[in-house]
Design a protein around this ligand. Structure first.
Ligand SMILES: Cc1cc2nc3c(=O)[nH]c(=O)nc-3n(C[C@H](O)[C@H](O)[C@H](O)COP(=O)(O)OP(=O)(O)OC[C@H]3O[C@@H](n4cnc5c(N)ncnc54)[C@H](O)[C@@H]3O)c2cc1C
Ligand code: FES
Ligand code: FES
Length: 1345
């Protein structure tokens, strides 16, 4: 067998072009190769762990056996480039381009408004494109499956799915499902007068304009690769890298010899297990054996007793094989296959299933494995092979526990897996519960099998195996043994639960936490299995007229719902808005649903983000070294080892900063002390990103821990550790009022923090210029002026030497207001010291570790009310976990207090708030700025009052809402008319009252599933509470060809600000948008800008653009008057001839806003946005899972500048809010280390989390003269409406607790994760589990809210 010392050539195709890579490094991923070597930057990096889909590309391979071409999507960040020998890769650039030809997928996602920031879009396009290559008319189920592994943080998925649905063969008309009627025909405008009907639109795009799908236009599979596959070369290929050698044998024999020679070398298949371990856990393998070319590992054989599947088959192939077998076999024989299929549908996303192999899955033995528990109970056999021969071992508890005697020998490999058929009187089931329904690792998974003595309910064999409840997959073997011979009845169930809880015991400190939840799931699953089997048994008994059938317990009708899983359905819905006046000229785009101006570029990958900028001459990379201690003195920093790492150029410490090192209490680089884990201490500069990252691990820092170390709000209060003084507002006489009320309730609310999870992580590129110490900084920020200013003070050079450029930002949500300045400034110090351009791109783990997010909140309330539900007095005290520095915490506290009253007029109020200082990364601005957390306390109060009064919460809300013109708590005049309209329309559009009755009916009939419904009103104040923040400028140039360049102070974050600005300019200059262009936001064109935040970006910048255009038009007026029939081009030419300036600065002096905290009065906000949302959910009381059935949002957008963009903002914010309140959970260790540092551990909503029916309607306009064309800023407000899902879940839980006679009010905790829900639904199982005394163990994680 040859083993050359030189590398072979790696041959593959990318977008139809042949790539021959010599000396390719096995450690290089396809993503890195595409972006750096081929400069194809359409494929994005967002997590590097296969969890987000931003890097999705299509791989095509010729299968010589079937002679077919297989196309499948993969995540390029996990695929080693060496694995692609003989493959064709298609990236978004190969699919279509705006310069040549767009692919319909690209056109439709853009025109359906499925792109906002556009960072996820290439990945979405590639997932859909691959789907269409395999299924040109996909079913909706296939579409959902294809997009399962793609995350989007902006859109809320609805428009992306809508674009995909246009390819689906299933009907796509009006989306009012199942009614057969169009929404407009069936009283959709019930509440509006019929005359308004014609003004209401429900179409945001015209699908008739779409290009048809023409598969003949797709790239063909390169014939050369087909030939390569047909004439398979059996030579062993070897690729040598700097540290790792990749060996790909061509025959099984060679593979086995190599395995014998390198027994420690892993087999690399999908790399979905090895890859993340090498990246994040420091695993290192100098030799990797790739069996990808060994056909024996992909063989499948069907026998009369089972199915043998090659270990090299991907999980997607396994799914297809099983589906086929299930359709062929009688039900009784296909039980194990069905159970596996069920989990294969929800295991990871489609891309991972395409990559991951069955063998890799089994051998990885992840404790959370979805498949191993089922394979184990299904009596699976592993067929092993080595140079010495073949043998078989069972996939049993010993194998799963990794016992050497039951395991593979180092020189053996797994060739195939034999899964036997199930038999008559045998039942197999699978269960899993994760943080969300799809694309999430399970908290607990289980496989269960029982075989009965034929014709009886006597157990002959029982097998129960769990994943997620220990370091390995665990079998409840002893318990099962003890239960053999017993009858299948309630007594057995009870005993089984007790035995299993005893055998599968989980200590309080178990890694992963959620211990009591997991214990409960262990037996809840058992109960589901018991019920399911009982139901099947009863069917069999009936079928075979078994004697003694009376011995089989009856199943109450009410219990049957326990057996149903929530289906995955494609969301439907209607988006309603008011059309523009019929007299508005067609050319005038204001008020129309215009596509995002970068939409098509997002979809083709041509939209450039910061890290897509080509490498510049002499460019170096930077990686950050962060503190591993929460509060400590830095004793020493030893850089010597790091400086010796090949490629390292320098290490930047605080000593290298020529100017100011941040603020005294918020340093850019730590000096003597660190205040949190993740604080930046120094930065390595190296020739490549990999070298820089490697060297960070070689920096040796010694610390001496300091006291106190504070993480929780509770501890901060104890230590009197606060970042700023208390903020307080009071009205009426609260103490007196409490004395006169019928009832008083006190309670607590905990709201967890939230990670921004913008898809584009923080990044900056600093380029020094040759003269006058000038610097260009390209940065992903919401506030370039702040970056510019910070770099100036850090380097000690005037602001005018620094130009900050922002083309577009891949999502910000507040997380790119303050922090980018830190990264820009540190990179600038690197540039200053080395003289080189510096690129700094945070990986997802570092981004999540270093940057803070939304402030966690702890709220206490005391509410006094009459038995009628009228609230007379409300006292709320809120504490925010601000982290270790002030950042925006003071303003967040102020906003929270100012907005806490929400929609309610309560005469006697006291609101107090404080930001706690803790040893966690500093929390910062986040969409809604305190409102989403604080107002959850207010609304929880309402729910508590409702429970005490025995009234539904909506009655209490209505009773206490503002009714007439009045004054807010800060004594600003307030007219609630629009708020009330939103509330009433939402009640009406959602048919709230009739659905409330239906929910009650459902709940009466179902014990283990409950529905809940809630409607929430919202009064959201827009803008900053300071006048100086309300200003904006714009610069508009008209060139001699008539084209117009618009620049303004806002940044494009995905919210469509540039699109809106061009709409404004188009209306003002009375020329079509096609004349206009926005190049970038730059501090050189518009100086001293305000952060694009607080929902008013388009508002204030729109006024500035308007002003500039009006100035220009005024100058052109005499020329136009003179030649009214002339064209725009003629007028511009004439203006130039007449020496009229064609450039103008526009300025908007903004709104006045002030707040006097001493007096507790002010006019802090320019205007309000009103809205209401109604959500209905169904919960599974046994698992805590929930399904969002329907959401209706009514939002007052006044005269929307662009209804498509505004609806997109509302939907996106709503889904992000839903994430905050239901799935997004930050986990900190007792030492203050953030565990949840990627998409695996931190679950933002996926496409399957969107409500099944999702309707949004913009309330027909009411004029607000203050704003540009009476539009409103809608960037943030939708976030809070996500709480309607939280309260619907709370409503369902309350129904459970009422039925079970447990106290209806309980401490509200957000997010309402499956854990929270399950543990609140107390029942015999929650009572059965052992509880630990918190004093007796150290928990795996600590609650910080
Ligand atoms: C984003 C993401 C989400 C995921 N979600 C889930 C989930 O929801 N549920 C779940 O259960 N799992 C999940 N997984 C885990 C996934 O199922 C496994 O990583 C995968 O099945 C491993 O297969 P692979 O081919 O990629 O293995 P590789 O990473 O290539 O190899 C893994 C190990 O298996 C060994 N190996 C592979 N094949 C053989 C063989 N034939 N003989 C001997 N040894 C072999 C290798 O030596 C190596 O040690 C997820 C993974 C990712 C990345
Ligand atoms: S999946 Fe590759 S970057 Fe996230
Ligand atoms: S548009 Fe999807 S992440 Fe921004």
């Amino acid at each position: 067998m040859p083993c050359p010392s030189t590398s072979d050539e790696l041959v593959f195709f990318v977008n139809g072009r042949k790539v021959i890579a010599r000396n390719v490094d096995p450690e290089v991923t396809l993503l890195s190769f595409l972006r750096k070597n081929l400069r194809l930057t359409g494929t994005k990096y967002a997590c590097g762990r296969g969890g987000c889909g931003a890097c999705t590309v299509m791989v095509s391979r010729h299968d010589p056996a079937s002679r077919e071409i297989r196309h499948f999507s993969i995540t390029a960040c996990l695929v080693p480039v060496c694995s692609l020998h003989g493959a064709a890769v298609t990236t978004v650039e190969g699919v279509g381009s705006i310069n040549t030809r767009l692919h319909p997928v690209q056109e439709r996602i853009a025109k359906s408004h499925g792109t906002q920031c556009g960072f996820c879009t290439p990945g979405m396009v590639m997932s859909m494109y691959t789907l269409l290559r395999n299924h040109p008319e996909p079913s909706e189920e296939q579409l959902m499956e294809a997009l399962q592994g793609n995350l989007c943080r902006c859109t809320g998925y609805r428009p992306i799915l809508a674009s995909g649905r246009t390819f689906s063969k299933e009907s796509y008309g009006c989306q009012q499902k199942g009614t057969g009627l169009c929404c407009l025909d069936q009283g959709e405008n019930d509440s509006s007068s019929p005359s308004r009907k014609s003004d209401i639109c429900t179409e945001l795009f015209a699908k008739e304009e779409f290009l048809p799908l023409d598969p003949t236009q797709d790239l063909i599979f390169p014939p050369e690769l087909s030939r390569m596959a047909e004439n398979s070369d059996e030579r062993t290929l070897t690729f040598h890298g700097e540290r790792v050698t990749w060996i790909s044998p061509g025959t099984l024999k060679d593979l086995l010899e190599l395995k014998a020679k390198h027994p420690e070398a892993p087999l690399i298949l999908g790399n979905t297990s090895l890859g993340p371990a090498m990246k994040s856990q420091g695993h290192f393998h100098p030799i990797l054996l790739s069996p990808a070319r060994i056909s024996e590992l992909s063989l499948v054989s069907k026998t009369s007793d089972g199915l043998t599947i090659g270990a090299g088959c991907s999980l997607a192939q396994v799914k297809d094989i099983l589906a086929e077998r299930v359709s062929q076999l009688p039900e009784e024989n296909a039980q194990t296959y069905r159970a596996l299929l069920k989990h294969l549908k929800s295991l990871a996303g489609q891309q991972i299933r395409n990559m991951a192999s069955l063998g890799g899955h089994i051998i990885s033995r992840h404790c959370y494995s979805d498949l191993n528990p089922i394979l184990a109970v299904g009596n699976t056999t592993l067929n092993l092979i080595s140079k010495e021969g073949k043998r078989q071992i069972p996939l049993n508890q010993h194998f799963l526990a990794g016992l050497a005697s039951a395991d593979l020998k180092p020189e053996e490999i797994l060739e195939s897996v034999h899964i036997p058929h199930s038999q008559k009187w045998e039942f197999v089931s699978a269960f899993r519960q994760a943080q969300c329904q799809q694309n999430a690792l399970p908290d607990v998974s289980a496989g269960m099998r029982v075989r009965f003595k034929e014709g009886t309910n006597t157990i002959e064999e029982l097998s129960i195996v769990y994943g997620g409840v220990g370091a390995a997959t665990i079998s409840a073997h002893k318990s099962c043994q003890q239960l053999v011979g017993r009858c299948w009845n309630e007594l057995l169930l009870d005993e089984a639960c007790r035995l299993v809880l005893d055998e599968v015991s989980l200590p309080g400190s178990a890694p992963g936490g959620r211990v009591e939840f997991k214990r409960t799931l262990i037996i809840s699953f058992l109960f589901k299995f018991y019920l399911g089997v009982l139901q099947e048994l009863k069917k069999l008994v009936k079928l075979f007229s078994v004697p003694d059938s009376h011995r089989y317990p009856e199943i109450s009708e009410q219990f049957l719902s326990a057996l149903e899983d929530f289906p995955v359905t494609i969301p439907r819905g209607v988006q309603t808005y008011q059309s523009v006046d019929s007299h508005q000229p067609l050319r005038d785009p204001v008020g129309r649903p215009i596509m995002h101006v970068s939409g098509l570029k997002h979809a083709t990958g041509e939209a450039m983000f910061c890290d897509d900028l080509p490498m510049v001459d002499k460019e170096l990379f930077m990686a950050l070294v962060t503190s591993t201690r929460a509060h400590a003195k830095i004793i020493s920093i030893d850089l010597s080892e790091a400086l010796e790492v090949p490629g390292v150029v320098d290490v930047i410490t605080a000593k290298d900063i020529p100017g100011t090192n941040g603020a005294e209490d918020d340093k850019l680089l730590a000096v003597d002390e660190v205040l949190c884990v993740g604080q930046i201490i120094c930065a390595v500069v190296a020739e490549t990103d990999v070298q820089a990252k490697r060297a960070t691990e070689k920096v040796k820092i010694t610390y001496e821990d300091l006291e106190p170390i504070i993480f929780t709000i509770e501890d901060a209060i104890k230590h009197n550790s606060f970042l700023c003084p208390e903020k307080k507002l009071e009205q009426g006489n609260i103490e007196e009022a409490f004395e006169r009320v019928d009832q008083i309730v006190e309670g607590e609310v905990h709201v967890g923090g939230q990670e921004h999870f913008y898809m584009e992580t923080q990044r900056a590129l600093v380029i020094p210029k040759t003269e006058d110490r000038e610097l260009d900084i390209y940065v992903s920020t919401q506030d370039p002026a702040h970056v510019q200013k910070t770099v100036s003070s850090t380097l000690g050079i005037p602001i005018n030497r620094i130009t900050c450029h922002v083309k577009r930002v891949g999502g910000g949500f507040g997380g790119k207001v303050g922090r980018p300045a830190v990264f820009g400034a540190i990179a600038a110090v690197g540039t200053f010291k080395t003289g080189h351009p510096i690129r700094l791109v945070l990986d997802r783990e570092d981004d999540m570790l270093i940057t803070g997010g939304r402030h966690p909140l702890f709220g206490k309330y005391k509410v006094g009310f009459m038995n009628s539900g009228r609230i007379k007095a409300l006292d709320i005290e809120c504490y925010l976990n601000g982290g270790c520095t002030l950042d925006d915490s003071e303003q967040v506290t102020e906003f929270l207090i100012l907005k806490l009253e929400n929609a309610y007029k309560i005469r006697n109020l006291r609101f107090r708030g404080r930001a706690c200082m803790t040893n966690l990364p500093s929390n910062t601005a986040f969409r809604g700025f305190g409102f989403p957390q604080g107002t959850l306390v207010t609304e929880s109060c309402i729910t508590a009052v409702a429970a005490k009064c025995g009234l539904p919460p909506e009655k209490i809300r209505e009773k206490n809402m503002y009714k007439t013109v009045d004054k807010t708590i800060y004594k600003q005049a307030f007219n609630p008319e629009t708020l009330i309209r939103c509330w009433n329309e939402c009640l009406d559009k959602s048919s709230f009252h009739s659905r409330r009755k239906q929910v009650e009916e459902f709940n009466k009939k179902n014990y283990w599933k409950k529905k809940g419904i809630a409607i929430i009103p919202m009064k959201f104040s827009v803008g900053f509470a300071a006048t100086s923040y309300h200003q904006a400028a714009a610069l508009v140039h008209i060139y001699t060809d008539g084209s117009v360049l618009v620049t303004h102070g806002g940044n494009e974050l995905g919210q469509g600000i540039h699109t809106k600005m061009l709409q404004v300019a188009s209306r003002e200059l009375q020329i079509p948008m096609s004349y206009m262009h926005i190049c970038e936001t730059s501090t050189a064109t518009v100086p001293n800008t305000i952060a694009t935040a607080a929902s008013i970006g388009s508002d204030v910048n729109g006024r500035a653009v308007q002003n500039a255009c009006q100035i220009l038009l005024k100058r052109l007026e005499p020329i136009i008057k003179k030649s009214p029939e002339g064209t725009w081009e003629d007028w511009i030419e004439a203006a130039f001839e007449q020496r009229i300036s064609l450039s103008a600065t526009g300025y908007f002096r903004g709104y006045k806003a002030f707040m006097d905290w001493e007096k507790g009065e002010g006019d802090p906000f320019p205007y309000y946005v009103y809205g209401a949302a109604c959500s209905e959910v169904e919960i599974d009381c046994l698992t805590g899972a929930h399904k969002k059935i329907r959401t209706d949002i009514v939002m007052d957008a006044c005269c929307s500048l662009n209804p498509a963009i505004d609806i997109g903002q509302i939907e996106g914010a709503f889904i992000q809010g839903m994430g905050l309140y239901t799935t997004e959970e930050l986990k900190y260790s007792p030492e203050g280390v953030l565990y949840s540092r990627g998409p695996d551990e931190y679950k933002i909503p996926t496409s399957t989390d969107v409500p099944e029916e999702f309707n949004v309607s913009l309330l027909p306009s009411t004029q607000t003269p203050l704003t540009i064309y009476s539009s409103k800023g809608l960037g943030e407000s939708g976030m809070f409406l996500g709480s309607s899902v939280f309260f619907a879940i709370a409503d369902a839980v309350a129904a459970v607790r009422r039925e079970r006679d447990t106290a209806e009010d309980f401490t509200a905790r957000s997010p309402a994760t499956p854990e929270q829900v399950r543990m609140a639904c107390v029942d015999r199982f929650t009572e059965m589990i052992p509880r630990d005394d918190p004093k007796t163990f150290k928990p795996w994680c600590i609650p910080i809210a």
